[in-house]
Design a protein around this ligand. Structure first.
Ligand SMILES: [Zn+2]
Length: 149
Protein backbone atom coordinates (compact mmCIF):
# COMPACT_ATOMS: atom_id res chain seq x y z
CA UNK A 1 0.00 0.00 0.00
CA UNK A 2 2.84 2.34 0.73
CA UNK A 3 3.96 2.16 -2.88
CA UNK A 4 0.74 3.79 -4.02
CA UNK A 5 1.81 7.05 -2.42
CA UNK A 6 5.08 7.01 -4.29
CA UNK A 7 3.49 6.72 -7.71
CA UNK A 8 3.42 10.04 -9.55
CA UNK A 9 2.04 11.05 -12.87
CA UNK A 10 4.10 12.48 -15.63
CA UNK A 11 2.34 15.64 -16.73
CA UNK A 12 3.32 15.11 -20.34
CA UNK A 13 2.76 11.46 -21.14
CA UNK A 14 0.49 10.62 -18.19
CA UNK A 15 2.50 7.55 -17.18
CA UNK A 16 2.65 6.47 -13.59
CA UNK A 17 6.25 6.78 -12.54
CA UNK A 18 8.11 6.63 -9.25
CA UNK A 19 9.98 9.82 -9.83
CA UNK A 20 9.28 13.04 -11.66
CA UNK A 21 11.41 16.08 -12.24
CA UNK A 22 10.52 19.73 -12.40
CA UNK A 23 11.14 20.64 -16.00
CA UNK A 24 10.59 23.87 -17.81
CA UNK A 25 8.94 23.38 -21.18
CA UNK A 26 8.70 26.70 -22.93
CA UNK A 27 6.99 28.90 -20.30
CA UNK A 28 5.42 26.09 -18.30
CA UNK A 29 6.94 24.13 -15.44
CA UNK A 30 5.85 20.49 -15.55
CA UNK A 31 6.48 17.44 -13.42
CA UNK A 32 7.79 14.95 -15.96
CA UNK A 33 9.15 11.46 -16.08
CA UNK A 34 12.74 10.84 -17.06
CA UNK A 35 12.00 10.16 -20.71
CA UNK A 36 9.82 13.27 -21.11
CA UNK A 37 12.08 15.61 -19.18
CA UNK A 38 14.49 15.69 -22.10
CA UNK A 39 11.92 17.80 -23.99
CA UNK A 40 12.47 20.67 -21.57
CA UNK A 41 15.09 22.22 -19.39
CA UNK A 42 15.60 20.70 -15.93
CA UNK A 43 14.71 23.14 -13.22
CA UNK A 44 16.46 23.26 -9.91
CA UNK A 45 15.82 26.53 -8.05
CA UNK A 46 18.43 25.84 -5.36
CA UNK A 47 21.23 25.16 -7.79
CA UNK A 48 20.27 28.16 -9.87
CA UNK A 49 20.71 30.52 -6.93
CA UNK A 50 24.11 29.08 -6.13
CA UNK A 51 25.18 29.48 -9.71
CA UNK A 52 24.20 33.15 -9.72
CA UNK A 53 26.42 33.86 -6.73
CA UNK A 54 29.31 32.05 -8.36
CA UNK A 55 28.84 34.04 -11.55
CA UNK A 56 28.78 37.37 -9.75
CA UNK A 57 32.17 36.94 -8.10
CA UNK A 58 34.33 36.43 -11.19
CA UNK A 59 32.46 39.30 -12.78
CA UNK A 60 33.86 41.63 -10.14
CA UNK A 61 37.38 40.24 -9.91
CA UNK A 62 38.49 40.78 -13.49
CA UNK A 63 37.80 44.48 -13.10
CA UNK A 64 40.36 44.72 -10.31
CA UNK A 65 42.97 42.40 -11.80
CA UNK A 66 42.57 43.10 -15.49
CA UNK A 67 45.43 45.17 -16.75
CA UNK A 68 45.01 46.20 -20.35
CA UNK A 69 48.09 45.63 -22.41
CA UNK A 70 49.20 48.94 -23.76
CA UNK A 71 51.38 48.71 -26.78
CA UNK A 72 54.31 51.02 -26.65
CA UNK A 73 54.27 53.44 -29.50
CA UNK A 74 56.96 52.65 -31.99
CA UNK A 75 59.83 55.07 -32.03
CA UNK A 76 60.43 56.25 -35.52
CA UNK A 77 63.75 55.28 -36.95
CA UNK A 78 65.14 58.55 -38.12
CA UNK A 79 67.68 61.16 -37.28
CA UNK A 80 65.28 63.14 -35.12
CA UNK A 81 66.01 64.22 -31.57
CA UNK A 82 64.95 60.91 -29.99
CA UNK A 83 68.06 59.31 -31.44
CA UNK A 84 70.39 61.89 -29.95
CA UNK A 85 71.84 62.00 -26.49
CA UNK A 86 74.43 63.95 -24.57
CA UNK A 87 77.74 62.13 -24.20
CA UNK A 88 78.18 60.73 -20.66
CA UNK A 89 81.53 62.50 -20.34
CA UNK A 90 80.02 65.88 -21.27
CA UNK A 91 81.20 67.54 -18.05
CA UNK A 92 84.88 66.88 -18.69
CA UNK A 93 84.66 67.77 -22.39
CA UNK A 94 83.01 71.12 -21.63
CA UNK A 95 85.39 72.05 -18.82
CA UNK A 96 88.50 71.18 -20.80
CA UNK A 97 87.30 73.05 -23.88
CA UNK A 98 86.45 76.12 -21.81
CA UNK A 99 89.84 76.07 -20.09
CA UNK A 100 91.60 75.75 -23.44
CA UNK A 101 89.94 79.00 -24.43
CA UNK A 102 90.92 80.50 -21.07
CA UNK A 103 87.31 81.35 -20.36
CA UNK A 104 85.99 81.46 -16.84
CA UNK A 105 82.72 79.77 -15.97
CA UNK A 106 81.19 83.26 -15.88
CA UNK A 107 82.42 83.93 -19.40
CA UNK A 108 80.92 80.77 -20.80
CA UNK A 109 77.73 81.13 -18.77
CA UNK A 110 77.23 84.65 -20.10
CA UNK A 111 77.75 83.52 -23.69
CA UNK A 112 75.27 80.72 -23.16
CA UNK A 113 72.80 83.11 -21.51
CA UNK A 114 72.79 80.74 -18.55
CA UNK A 115 73.44 81.31 -14.88
CA UNK A 116 76.93 80.52 -13.64
CA UNK A 117 75.41 78.07 -11.14
CA UNK A 118 73.88 76.10 -13.98
CA UNK A 119 77.16 75.90 -15.88
CA UNK A 120 79.03 74.92 -12.70
CA UNK A 121 76.61 72.05 -12.17
CA UNK A 122 76.99 71.00 -15.78
CA UNK A 123 80.79 70.99 -15.46
CA UNK A 124 80.54 68.92 -12.28
CA UNK A 125 78.37 66.42 -14.11
CA UNK A 126 75.46 67.17 -11.82
CA UNK A 127 73.26 68.61 -14.51
CA UNK A 128 73.00 67.18 -17.97
CA UNK A 129 72.36 69.94 -20.46
CA UNK A 130 69.26 69.50 -22.59
CA UNK A 131 69.63 69.31 -26.35
CA UNK A 132 69.12 73.03 -26.84
CA UNK A 133 71.83 73.98 -24.35
CA UNK A 134 74.12 71.17 -25.51
CA UNK A 135 73.95 72.50 -29.07
CA UNK A 136 74.82 76.01 -27.91
CA UNK A 137 77.78 74.66 -25.93
CA UNK A 138 78.97 72.65 -28.93
CA UNK A 139 78.93 75.72 -31.15
CA UNK A 140 80.57 78.02 -28.65
CA UNK A 141 83.37 75.66 -27.65
CA UNK A 142 83.68 73.90 -31.00
CA UNK A 143 83.28 70.52 -29.37
CA UNK A 144 81.06 67.48 -29.84
CA UNK A 145 78.94 66.34 -26.90
CA UNK A 146 75.78 65.26 -28.69
CA UNK A 147 75.91 61.69 -29.88
CA UNK A 148 73.59 59.50 -31.88
CA UNK A 149 72.32 56.09 -30.84
ZN1 LIG B 1 6.43 11.26 -19.45
Amino acid sequence: MKNAFLVMYCEMCGKNVQKTQRVRVEDTILMLCDSCSRFGKPLDPVKKEVRQVVIERPAVRPVATYVPKVKKPKVQKSTNQEDLFVAPEYAQIIREARERLSWTQEDLAAKLLEKKNVLAKVERGELQPDMKLARKIEKLLDIKIIEKY
